[in-house]
Structures are given as C-alpha cells and as structure tokens.
Design a protein around this ligand. Structure first.
Ligand SMILES: Cc1cc2nc3c(=O)[nH]c(=O)nc-3n(C[C@H](O)[C@H](O)[C@H](O)COP(=O)(O)OP(=O)(O)OC[C@H]3O[C@@H](n4cnc5c(N)ncnc54)[C@H](O)[C@@H]3O)c2cc1C
Length: 487
C-alpha cells in the first residue's frame, strides 16, 4: 500500500486525503494548527460562534461529492440551507437593493434603478451560465502540469470564449448601466482576491453561482464541512495529526522520500501532497537546488491576492434590519482598489461586508454574531496603520448606516493580514493565494504537479484551479485523481 503524506489539513488536503484513502492508499495528514480546515476555522468567543473564513458557500455538490465518493451519505453529515435573499447592498446616498435568486424580484428592483438591467438581466444570467459551463467543462477538473496542456485545441477555443482580454467591469457594463448595480456584481472579483477593473471577465461566472444557483449556509456552521471531512477520514482509517508542523520535504535523486517534522522525526512516504500555500511551503520545505523550475525568485514574482481585516463582533441584540450578508459600499469603488493594489494601503473608505450567520442559525449565538470583513493589501513591508483606529473607522462608517456596534458589543476579536499569514502560513496573508489581476496568472496558476521532484503534488488555493472553498476541494480531488491514475 502506498503511503501518502499530506502537508496541511485545509479543505484541499482533507479532500485529497479522503479520495486517496478511499482508493487504497494509506494517508497521513500533518496540520501545524490545533484544528483541521485551515482558513475555514471555527472561532468561539463566549457564547458566540463564528465561522472564520468562508461564509458564502456555493457549489454544495462539490462538498457532497467528496463524501459520496468515499461511501458516505452527505445528508448524514451536512444540511445545506439555501438562502434565497442572501445579500443586502447599501450605498452612501441611501440607495439599497437585495441580491436574490428570485429573478422576478431582482428585475422589480431594477425598475427604478436601472431600466436597462430590467431587460438585460435575463441575458446576463444566460451569459454567466455559459462562462461557468465552459470553466466547468474545460478548466476546473484538470490538473495542468505543463505548458503543453494548454495547447489542446478544445481548451484553446474554450480559453478564447471566456473573454480573456475583457475585464469583469467591462463585461458587466453591457448589462448594468447603474454604477451601484454594476459594482454590486463587480464585487465578485474580490472572491478571487482581485479587482474587477483588471481581472478577466471569466470570473463573472461567480454570478451564475450566486444568482443562478444560490448561496448556502451549513446548519450548525460552515465548519461542519471540515468536521464531516475529518470524521470520514477517521472512518476510512487515515492517520491525522494536529499541532504537527512539517519542516522539510526529503528529496533524494529527484524523488520525494518523506518529510521531517518540527521535532526532527522523519516520516517516510511514497508521495507527498502539499496543501499548505504553495508559494510559502514549496520554497520553505524543499531546498532550492531540488527545484530548478521553481526558484525562490519565481515564487516571489507572483502578485498576491488581496487580504482582509476582520472583526468578529458578538452583539447583545438581534438587529431586525440585518440579513445573512450585507455590503456597505465605498463612495468610490474603483478608488478603493487603487488604494489596495497600487498604493498598497488600507482603504480610507472601505467597502464593508458583514455576515450575520445567526440570522439563519439562531443557535449560533444569543445575539447577532457579525463577521465583519474589509479588504486589505497583502502583507507588505510598508504595512503601517493603527489597528484600533482602523477598527473604529469601520464602526463609525457602519454607524452612519444605522448599525451601532460599540453600544451593543459583548465579545470582539480582530484579525489582520499578518495574523492570516502567521496562522495559516498563507502567502503574504492573502485570502486566495495569487491574484487574478494579471491575465496570465488567472489562467496559468502554478501546476498541481512538481516539475522537478517526482511524486510531489500541490492541492490548494494557490495551485490550479484557484482559491475559494469549493475550488480548493476540487483541487484536492484533482490531485488525488492524478495520483490514482499515474502512480
Ligand atoms: C477571512 C477569509 C474569508 C474568506 N471568505 C471566503 C468565502 O466567503 N467563500 C469562499 O469560498 N472562500 C473564502 N475564503 C477563502 C477560503 O477560506 C480558502 O480559499 C480555502 O479555505 C483555502 O483552503 P486550502 O486548503 O487551500 O488552504 P488553507 O485553508 O490555507 O489550509 C492549508 C493548511 O496547511 C497548513 N500548513 C501550512 N504549512 C504547513 C506545514 N509546514 N506543516 C503543517 N501544516 C501546514 C496550514 O496551517 C493550513 O491549515 C476566505 C478566506 C479568509 C481568510
């Protein structure tokens, strides 16, 4: 039986582990933290439970498939609750509208705001569905191991059809003439850690997931997904280790031989899957001499995706105006991206996303459990702002919108980009690894297979297909497939 060592117990590592263990491999997972799930992390502050990380879950069938293929009934583990009216968009002049999968309700809201969108919305849904189907058929389920993989003529045609040279903002201009409405859809670029004014139109496909298929919440918290994966791995007989950091991947004669743990112990294995962020883990764990195709200089050349400044705030009360998700937009959305990406500083007038999972799941907390996120630049040397001051800037803006947090606060925790970097060994504290601002980086993510070291694979947000909770699960499944069919 071949022994697979997985470095990191994030969603990508767990998904790969399940598939491999279910297919006759012996899997051992090493996770440096005290929890599995990586960035999908439960946080408990007194009586208030928070889902750190993914609070917008799409593509529930991706998570269900992992369990189903391992012989489990997903319904015994996970109850996905569909949220029809999922997001309330609010703008500084008092304009507001909801995002809902109910098409008629969407169109009714456009009547006053954007009569053009009233007609074009159905075309929009068709177009983003097509983009999604192209990506699903040609990109998501492949592992790209070399440039030649891109020379496949069908793939080339598919690449061409997903509008590689058009930006998301440009794509949306055909359908939405009102700036507010367009920016509400443009926000999908941030789901790949990028700007709608530079990243390619292909990512508008997220509109199909949110507005066509819908947004979900897992009853009991999204981290139940991690619990389901962990339970399945244990049932299958995988060996799971928390608080166990891998310090080195042992390479001999261009082949992996095992890993060395922080305590010096050597664990031998036939195959190593790195789930920890590729740009951090590969250079840290494999000596540079063993990876001529991925020198430190190359690792440093990638543009990081955006990061986040997060406040988890537990409130005394339930505010009747809050739904699952609300977005309080900046006055000038484009300027916010300029500050984030060009000036690399915290935005002066940030767009604030507030998720209140207790709206759906009252058992999560006695009052509102707000996960407040504003985008932040990836950790840079120039990183300089006052955490307390910035938190109050956010609270002051929310107060102007009628949400007074300090007066209702029971528990609170702030997480900054540097915390994300140190907790998860994430590349510069990013949410999604590499940005999609550069057209090439959008389509040519680092490969799932090492070019230099045999039996070394990468599954997770920085590798193909990309970050985001369903995508990293697909990444893990793809890598497992590759191993099963090629080793
Ligand atoms: C604040 C925030 C909000 C987000 N919101 C959403 C959202 O709404 N929707 C969505 O889909 N996605 C969201 N994401 C992104 C999503 O969480 C990630 O894309 C996904 O969870 C990444 O999974 P992963 O398996 O690639 O890596 P990770 O979750 O980073 O897991 C990798 C694991 O490897 C471990 N590790 C690294 N190096 C070592 C080592 N040497 N030894 C042992 N262990 C190691 C790390 O500790 C970590 O646990 C969000 C992320 C954040 C941080």
């Amino acid at each position: 039986m071949k022994h697979v060592l997985i470095v990191g117990g994030g969603l990508g590592g767990l998904a790969a582990g399940i598939k491999l263990q279910a297919n006759g491999y012996q899997v051992t997972i090493f996770e440096q933290n005290g929890h599995f799930g990586g960035k999908m992390m439960p946080v408990q502050l007194g009586d208030y439970s928070f889902d750190f990380g993914p609070n917008t879950i799409t593509m529930p069938y991706v998570f269900q498939k992992v369990l189903k293929e391992a012989g489990e009934n997903p319904d015994n583990h996970l109850e996905f609750v569909h949220i029809e009216k999922h997001t309330h968009n609010l703008f500084p002049d008092g304009t507001s509208f909801y995002m809902t999968t109910n098409r008629n309700e969407m169109v009714e809201q456009f009547e006053q705001l954007d009569p053009h969108a009233e007609i074009s919305y159905y075309d929009y849904l068709e177009e983003v569905k097509l983009l999604y189907e192209t990506a699903e058929n040609h990109f998501f389920h492949r592992t790209f191991s070399s440039w030649t993989d891109y020379l496949d003529s069908k793939l080339f045609r598919a690449l061409w059809s997903v509008r590689p040279f058009e930006t998301i903002d440009h794509f949306h201009r055909q359908f939405f003439r009102n700036d507010y409405i367009r920016n509400a859809f443009n926000r999908y670029a941030t789901y790949v850690g990028s700007s709608p004014f530079t990243s390619p139109a292909a990512f508008a496909l997220i509109g199909h997931l949110e507005m066509g298929e819908g947004v979900y919440y897992v009853k009991g918290g999204n981290t139940k997904i991690v619990k389901a994966f962990e339970d399945t791995l244990r049932t299958l007989g995988a060996s799971l280790h928390l608080k166990t950091k891998v310090n080195k991947i042992i390479v001999q004669e261009k082949q992996v031989r095992g890993v060395e743990l922080e305590n010096g112990e050597i664990i031998t294995g036939d195959i190593v899957v790195v789930n920890g962020d590729l740009l951090t883990a590969y250079p840290e764990l494999v000596e540079e001499a063993h990876r001529p195709h991925f020198k430190n200089k190359k690792a440093k050349s990638y543009e990081p995706s955006i990061s986040a400044f997060v406040i988890m705030a537990g409130l005394k009360n339930r505010n009747p105006n809050l739904i699952h998700h609300q977005v309080y937009f900046a006055e000038d959305y484009q300027a916010e991206f300029h500050e984030l990406l060009q000036e690399k500083r915290m935005p002066g007038d940030p767009t604030i996303c507030v998720c209140n999972s207790s709206y759906i799941d009252q058992d999560a907390a006695p009052g509102d459990n707000l996960f407040i996120l504003v985008h932040a630049p990836a950790v840079t040397d120039e990183d300089s702002y006052d955490k307390e001051e910035y938190k109050h800037l956010i609270y002051d803006k929310l107060k102007r919108y009628g949400l007074d947090i300090p007066s209702q606060l029971v528990v609170e925790k702030v997480v900054q980009p540097s915390d994300i970097a140190s907790t998860f060994s994430g590349y510069k504290g990013t949410l999604y690894g590499i940005s999609s601002n550069r057209k090439l980086d959008s389509f040519l993510r680092p490969s799932n297979v090492s070019k230099d070291v045999a039996n070394l694979y990468f599954a997770g947000g920085t590798a193909h297909p990309r970050g985001g909770s369903p995508m990293v699960v697909i990444s893990g499944m793809n890598v497992a497939d590759k191993i099963i069919h090629h080793s």
